[in-house]
Design a protein around this ligand. Structure first.
Ligand code: C2E
Ligand code: MG
Ligand code: MG
Ligand code: MG
Length: 292
């Protein structure tokens, strides 16, 4: 019995933990059914080109509309889906839904826009990944160059040689590759040059205290400079203020993404957002640029 074995073991039997594992079990069961019940949906967050001020692309972010618990953030259920392996099915759905949405926007008459889709480790190392991506492209009719897959440093560092083979396979489809949350893992840029990637997304933790924090400014500038050296597009994540945006523009960062430009929104809201930006671009462009 736990009580006899000493105080330290007692915590294993605490009602709190029991409740939590029960909650987990329920969530896990619910997660399994959620796909069939169509409880997942995607929100879309714009990326801004800092040279033109225009929309440079969009990232698909999954949400779970739980019938009782309301909207659940991916930070809560992605790790669970990853552990249980359900992520592979969920990821396949996300990929297909995002590609289809991209085509719908074009059918609505909007300019072609690059859509980024996140991958977790289990999806990345799944043997069917390349097939899944190829199928999503074929079935939706989305042009491969309008799709970008986001992976993290941690994932490719798990098994670098295997990662290079997978990345090369994805690139062969004509799809773009981005490293998400860059700077918080332990890969160096020297290492990064071995991977066939197009984009670096500077992790939001470096952006949060910009411009006040000198170290974060220096790190961000260094990542931008080295990214340029490797001919990569550099995006700053989690940009929330005008000051951060100004600093990044002055540092020649290519793109920003964050609440300052747009929160993740529904596909319908994103349509309106794109239309508003097209109109803004037509009305506000300086006269000398209008006829070039
Ligand atoms: P991520 O790919 O790094 O996405 C950025 C996260 O930061 C998103 O959270 C986004 O809503 C949030 N964010 C964006 N701008 C700001 C800002 O200015 N301030 C703050 N405070 N937050 C901002 P979200 O949507 O909750 O997603 C969290 C993570 O879950 C993602 O991080 C990604 O790793 C994962 N994820 C989301 N969707 C998917 C998916 O479809 N598949 C997989 N495998 N993972 C996903
Ligand atoms: Mg991402
Ligand atoms: Mg990120
Ligand atoms: Mg993140």
């Amino acid at each position: 019995r736990a009580k006899e074995e000493g105080k330290n073991n007692y915590q294993f039997y605490s009602p709190d933990l029991k409740v939590r594992s029960l909650e987990r079990l329920m969530l896990e069961n619910n997660l399994r059914k959620a796909l069939e019940r169509h409880e997942f949906f995607l929100h879309y967050q714009a990326k801004r080109n800092l040279k033109t001020g225009k929309i440079a692309g969009v990232e698909a972010l999954v949400r779970w509309q739980h019938p009782e618990l309301g909207t659940i953030s991916p930070a809560h259920f992605i790790p669970l889906a990853e552990e249980t392996g359900l992520i592979v099915h969920l990821g396949r759905w996300v990929l297909r839904a995002a590609c289809t949405q991209g085509v719908i926007w074009q059918q609505q008459g909007l300019p072609p826009i690059c859509i980024a889709v996140n991958l977790s480790a289990r999806q990345f190392f799944d043997d069917n990944l390349i097939n899944d991506i190829a199928n999503a492209l074929r079935e939706s009719g989305l042009a491969p160059e309008l799709l970008e897959m986001e992976i993290t440093e941690g994932m490719i560092m798990q098994d670098a040689e295997r990662a290079i083979r997978i990345l090369t396979g994805i690139k062969a489809l004509g799809v773009r590759l981005a490293i998400d949350d860059f700077g918080v893992g332990y890969s160096s840029l020297a290492h990064i040059k071995r991977f066939p990637i197009d984009t670096l997304k500077v992790d939001s933790s470096f952006i949060r205290d910009i411009p006040a924090n000198r170290e974060d400014r220096a790190i961000t500038e260094a990542i931008i400079a080295m990214g340029k050296t490797l001919s990569l597009t550099v995006i700053a994540e989690g940009v929330e203020t005008q000051e951060q945006e100004n600093f990044l523009r002055d540092s020649a960062c290519d793109q920003t993404q964050g609440y300052y430009f747009s929160k993740p929104v529904s596909p319908e809201e994103f349509t309106r957002f794109m239309l508003a930006h097209m109109v803004e671009a037509m009305v506000c462009s300086p006269p000398e640029k209008q006829f070039t």
